[in-house]
Design a protein around this ligand. Structure first.
Ligand code: FAD
Ligand code: DHB
Length: 389
């Protein structure tokens, strides 16, 4: 076996996504040492295009942690969303209904801001480690290992945080029983160099399937189409994407075209719901996508990750600084309560807005549901409260 490079820290964190980076930052503010181990290189992590909506509560968490400057400077506040169905447009005035709003700010920017801040504060982020492994979580000296250039590294810690997403080692080491649901469709997502034709996000239920019109800036549009889970990017040449979007966003029976522009990023992501319960085992704690997945309808994935670690960080600090165990022991129960409400909201939005085969009954119920939501202040408020977070 090659040489082992050993290191000791209080919290070893797997994954430099929003969950791992924010956890490391919050722990630093509490005077707790951590090392973040990330499988991919820094460039890859910061270029990875994903979520775009920061809910009110998550924005407050970032601001309170002193990492909300970029969000407040470059984020685009949104006070409402549009629901489009049956060729009609209906606005949900979220801020009027709740006094809160969301901010459109790409996940890469959140990751960039957190990375820069950690590095400026002398934080330890080990990029390009390949997939790290977790050991001995049931004992007093859990550890994380990884191999770079043939050298084996070992980090011994008081606690390990699995913030390594849906395909990381955290889930395997936890060994929880998953509760999950797989949807028979995926989202094709694009980024286009095109000024958005909209001021607020449009969620469209069309008989051909769901479509979503979002944005990243005054020059960049973000658009999504529901596609069969088996579709590949080759099935969707540019012209097909634009014409399908125009049909699904139809108003008054007429196609309604988003502004077109060069498509410079595209991906297909399957939709599923997943919770691995409980979120802790021995000295291992899971947060973010490692712990749970929501379908993207309603934009909750990154927000949940941010919220999880805002609970985990003070609980770890209370234990490490004062030997106070209660908050850490109750982390899973306290987090899961909120997680399941968000699972419910994301499932509800997904089932209300997507096409599920040829089921005529299902479709009529969807339209009735949407009419109830837009026709009743109480229903609109329920959606808005869950959406803004
Ligand atoms: P991640 O951001 O996944 O970070 C985990 C990190 O761990 C990664 O950097 C990974 O490289 C690293 N890692 C993995 N395994 C290991 C290992 N063994 N050792 C070390 N490091 C490891 N949400 C929305 O709200 N809207 C969207 O439009 C949206 N689009 C998405 C598209 C895709 C393709 C995916 C995968 C997710 C999307 N999400 C979306 C969800 C949202 O992006 C996630 O909820 C969010 O990234 C969760 O943050 P995280 O820090 O928990 O996990
Ligand atoms: C975006 C993604 C979502 O899942 C959503 O519900 C709204 C917006 C986005 O990427 O902008």
């Amino acid at each position: 076996m090659s040489e082992v490079v050993a290191e000791r820290t209080q919290v070893a964190i797997l994954g430099a996504g929003p969950a791992g980076l924010l956890l490391s930052h919050l722990l630093h503010q509490e005077g707790i040492d951590s090392v973040v181990v990330e499988a991919r290189d820094q460039e890859y992590v910061q270029a990875r295009v994903r979520a775009g909506v920061v809910e009110h509560g998550a924005a407050d968490i970032l601001r309170d942690a002193g990492v909300g400057e970029g969000l407040d400077r470059d984020g685009i506040p949104h006070e409402g969303i549009e629901l489009r169905f049956d060729g009609e447009s209906h606005r949900i005035p979220m801020s009027d209904l709740t006094g809160r709003h969301i901010t459109v700010y790409g996940q890469q920017k959140v990751v960039r801001d957190l990375t820069e801040r950690r590095l400026a504060d002398g934080g330890k982020i080990r990029f390009a480690c390949g997939p790290a492994q977790i050991h001995d979580v049931d004992g007093d000296e859990p550890s994380v290992t990884y191999t770079v250039d043939g050298r084996r590294h070992r980090i011994v810690a008081d606690f390990v945080a699995g913030c390594d997403g849906a395909h990381g080692s955290g889930r395997t080491a936890l060994g929880a029983t998953p509760v999950e649901k797989v949807y028979p469709f995926a989202w094709l997502g694009i980024l286009a160099r095109a000024a958005p034709r909209i001021e607020e996000l449009v969620y469209a239920n069309h008989e051909r399937g769901f479509a979503l019109y979002s944005m990243r800036s005054a020059e960049v549009s973000r658009l999504y189409l529901q596609v069969p889970a088996s579709d590949r990017l080759e099935d969707w040449p540019d012209e097909r994407i634009w014409s399908e979007l125009a049909v699904r966003f139809s108003l008054g029976g007429e196609p309604w075209e988003p502004t077109r522009g060069e498509i410079f990023e595209r991906s297909i992501a399957p939709l599923h719901s997943y919770v691995g319960e409980p979120l802790q085992r021995g000295r291992l704690f899971l947060a973010g996508d490692a712990a749970h997945i929501v379908p993207p309808t309603g934009a909750k994935g990154m927000n949940l990750a941010i919220r999880d670690v805002s609970i985990l960080a003070p609980a770890l600090a209370a234990q490490l600084r004062h030997g106070y165990e209660h908050d850490l022991r109750s982390y899973s129960a306290r987090t899961l309560d909120h997680v399941w409400r968000v699972e419910y909201f994301s499932w509800w939005m997904t089932t209300m807005l997507h096409r599920f085969g040829e089921d005529a009954f299902n479709r009529r119920v969807q339209i009735a549901q949407l009419r109830s939501v837009v026709g009743s202040r109480a229903h609109s408020t329920a959606l808005a409260e869950a959406y803004v977070g």
